[in-house]
Write a protein that binds this ligand. Structure first.
Ligand code: SAH
Ligand code: SF4
Length: 364
C-alpha cells in the first residue's frame, strides 16, 4: 500500500477486497469482521471510520492508527452550470491533479486522473504540453473516487460511471491503474459494472494486449486520425505503435473481452475532417464492433488548432452514420471551468501559488 503525501501511514484507499481480508486475518480477527468493514466501505461507500457504527471501538482505533484515511486536499472546486464540478486536488507539495464530477439525469460519472502530467505530448492536448511529473498510486486514484462519492452522496447521488480521461495516460501507469479498475468493478469491491468503467488510451498497443489478460473493462481509443502520417503529427505515440499495430491490439482486446470499443475522434479544423479522413476512418473501423464519439476540439491559448464549424462536424457525422457506424457528437461538459477533455491540467498545475484556494462557484 502507498504512503500519502499528508501522512506517513499507508492509505486505506489502496486496499482491494483481498487486501482487507488478508489484513484482518493477519491481525487475528474473525473473518466476519473483514466482512463488516467491507460492507461499510465497499458496499455503502462510507470512507470514514466514524460512520462504521457497528465496528468495535478498539478495531476502529486500530484502523485509524495503522492507516491514513485522508481524502486528497481540495485546492479549488469549480461548478459549471451544466452539472460538472472540477476539483483541483493537491497531490504533492507542488503538484496538482484534477478530477471532474459529471452529473446527468440518470447517472453520475467521474473523470479521474492517472498521472501528474503525461509523457505522450499529443499536439492538441494541454496535459501533453505540461510534460510528465509522476504516476499516481492506486490509493490516489481511489482517493479521487472516495472524495467525489462523498460529495455526491450529499446530493442523493452515487457514482455510476468512472472514466480514466483526466490527466495522464492510464496504460502508461499500468499496475496501479489496473488495481484501481479491479477495486472499482469487483463485485466484492465497489461493484461498478465493467461496462461503466472506461480506460481511455492514446494507443499503447502492447499494454492493450496486456490489459486483456488482466481485466474486462470498457476501452476507449483516442484515434483522431487514421493515416500514419497525420496521426504521427498529432500523436507522437503513433511512431511507436502505428495504426496497423494498434488495430491488431484492439481486435485482440475485443475478441478476448467481448466488449464494444469506443473510438474518440477530435474534429480539428482543416486537419482531420475531410472526405479523405472520413474514408480512412471507415476503413480503419472495418472488423471492429465499436461506436464513435466525436469530441469537438477544445481550444486553448498556445495550441495551434481550431474547432471546426458545427456544419463540418455534422457532415462528418452523417457520413459515418450513413455507413452504419453509431456516431455521436459529444460536446464536453464543463468547458466554462476548463474541465472539458484536454483542458485538464491547467497551466498552473505545478505552481500552487497561482491557483485560487477558495471555493468559487460559477453560475451557482
Ligand atoms: N491519455 C488518455 C486519457 C486522457 S485524455 C487518452 O489520450 O486517451 C482524454 C480524452 O481527451 C482523449 O480522448 C483525448 O484525446 C481528449 N483530448 C485531449 N485534448 C483535447 C482537446 N484539446 N479537445 C478535445 N479533446 C481532447
Ligand atoms: Fe497524454 Fe492523452 Fe493528452 Fe495525449 S491526449 S498528451 S495521451 S493525456
Amino acid at each position: 500500500m502507498t504512503v500519502t503525501a499528508t501522512s506517513n501511514l499507508a492509505s486505506f484507499f489502496g486496499s482491494s477486497p483481498e487486501d482487507v481480508k488478508e489484513l484482518f486475518s493477519s491481525w487475528g480477527h474473525k473473518p466476519y469482521r473483514a466482512k463488516q468493514i467491507a460492507e461499510w466501505y465497499f458496499g455503502k461507500r462510507f470512507f470514514s471510520l466514524d460512520q462504521m457504527s457497528d465496528l468495535p471501538a478498539a478495531l476502529r482505533a486500530q484502523l485509524q492508527e495503522q492507516f491514513s484515511w485522508n481524502f486528497p486536499d481540495i485546492v479549488s472546486s469549480l461548478d459549471s452550470p451544466d452539472g460538472a464540478t472540477k476539483l483541483l486536488l493537491k497531490s504533492d507539495k507542488n503538484q496538482m491533479i484534477e478530477t471532474v464530477i459529471l452529473r446527468y439525469e440518470n447517472r453520475t460519472a467521474l473523470c479521474v486522473s492517472s498521472q501528474v502530467g503525461c509523457k505522450l505530448s499529443c499536439a492538441f492536448c494541454q496535459t501533453g504540453k505540461l510534460g510528465f511529473f509522476r504516476n499516481l498510486t492506486t490509493a490516489e486514484i481511489i482517493g479521487q473516487f472516495a472524495l467525489a462519492e462523498t460529495i455526491v452522496q450529499k446530493e442523493g447521488r452515487t457514482i455510476t460511471n468512472v472514466v480514466f480521461m483526466g490527466m495522464g495516460e492510464p496504460l502508461d501507469n499500468f499496475d496501479p491503474v489496473v488495481k484501481a479498475v479491479k477495486i472499482l468493478i469487483s463485485p466484492d469491491g465497489f461493484g461498478l459494472s465493467h461496462r461503466k468503467v472506461t480506460v481511455s488510451t492514446s494507443g499503447l498497443a502492447d499494454k492493450i494486449r496486456l490489459l486483456s489478460e488482466q481485466t474486462r473493462v470498457a476501452l476507449a481509443i483516442s484515434l483522431h486520425a487514421c493515416r500514419d502520417e497525420l496521426r504521427n503529427e498529432l500523436m507522437p505515440i503513433n511512431r511507436r505503435f502505428p495504426l496497423a499495430v494498434l488495430k491488431e491490439a484492439i481486435q485482440h482486446y475485443q475478441r478476448v473481452t467481448d466488449t464494444k470499443i469506443t473510438f474518440e475522434y477530435i474534429p480539428i479544423k482543416d486537419k482531420n475532417l475531410g472526405l479523405r479522413e472520413a474514408k480512412e476512418l471507415v476503413q480503419f473501423l472495418q472488423g471492429i464492433p465499436c461506436k464513435v464519439n466525436l469530441i469537438p476540439f477544445n481550444s486553448h491559448p498556445g495550441l495551434p488548432f481550431e474547432r471546426p464549424s458545427p456544419e463540418a462536424i455534422d457532415q462528418f457525422q452523417r457520413y459515418m452514420l450513413d455507413r452504419g457506424f453509431v456516431t455521436t457528437v459529444r460536446y464536453s461538459k464543463g468547458g466554462d471551468v476548463s474541465a472539458a477533455c484536454g483542458q485538464l491540467a491547467a497551466k498552473d498545475s505545478t505552481n500552487l501559488d497561482q491557483i485560487p484556494r477558495r471555493k468559487s462557484v460559477i453560475g451557482g
